[in-house]
Unconditional design. Sequence first.
Length: 358
Amino acid sequence: MASVQLSQVRKSYDGKNVVIHGMDLEISHGEFVVFVGPSGCGKSTLLRMIAGLEEITSGDVIIDGKRVNDEAPRNRDIAMVFQDYALYPHKTLYDNMAFGLRLRKTPESEVDRRVMDAARLLRIEHMLDRKPSALSGGQRQRVAIGRAIVRQPKVFLFDEPLSNLDAQLRGEMRTEIKRLHQRLGATIIYVTHDQVEAMTLADRIVVLSAGHKMQYDTPNNIYNSPAALFVAGFTGSPAMNLVPCTLSQRQVALGSVQFTIPALLAHAGAQVSQWIFGIRPENINLNPSIDSVAVDATVLLIEPLGAETLVTFGVGNCEMVARCSASFRETMGSTLQVHLSQSHMHLFDAVTGQAMNS
């Protein structure tokens, strides 16, 4: 395993269209880092620059202390797992996994040892004589991962490896990849547009938007302390409630509804002219708590999900989604009080998008 460092890495096409804007990153030995963001944000381009499959316009990529900008992909000691598996259809699973080692003239006894070790790790040792056409999507992806493992690279790169799988298989493969990282202790860089994958797999997450790094932090901090409006709106399902508001001292107003926010938030936002108030659905409750404030609300929409119910409330001049229990029994149009947790409130500069408590 190895560390990976990006120093002011930039990518543009024809010197005009910039897709990666001066990216700085430090990825430690054995760390699992996920690049996440919407389609077109530059996450796959960034991964391909680390792999050497995409030319770097400026800046440096350093793997295990060595600058690799001018190194061919095969000399960077990385292994990449792609979205489409990229298996040879005419070869058995064993031969698919062994192919790269044989190209490097690895002794056959070592090839066999590595392939069998990887197959046992991925629980596919009983199917090594099959062809890819006989496998499910999840099994094919296990073979693609096994092919990367036998290389024993310094860094594993995963480019949306689960996006072709159905929801159940994605969940199973997330578990497999998490266990794999724990067993190998490998440095892994993983690209996905799926925030659930990012939150469940990563030691740290890079949230990208239009080629910019919006936040690089632990999953817990990404979710609970978003540094920017974009991060708050992108993470969570449902996402954080984000509504325009006015602020006077410690009083937030959403139309006719007013409530008190923590002093720290009010102080941080003192010099800002336009605000966005934020709170996650699970921090809007029907019962009061020590740090909550009560506001009047109207039930606008009820969405039963089995284990829980999502309820859209009208609060002042805006709408907020709350995560309620499955036993929620209010009817559409009914009015009640809901309770907002002060310790989970957020305030953002509506112009810059910066969090006021970051």
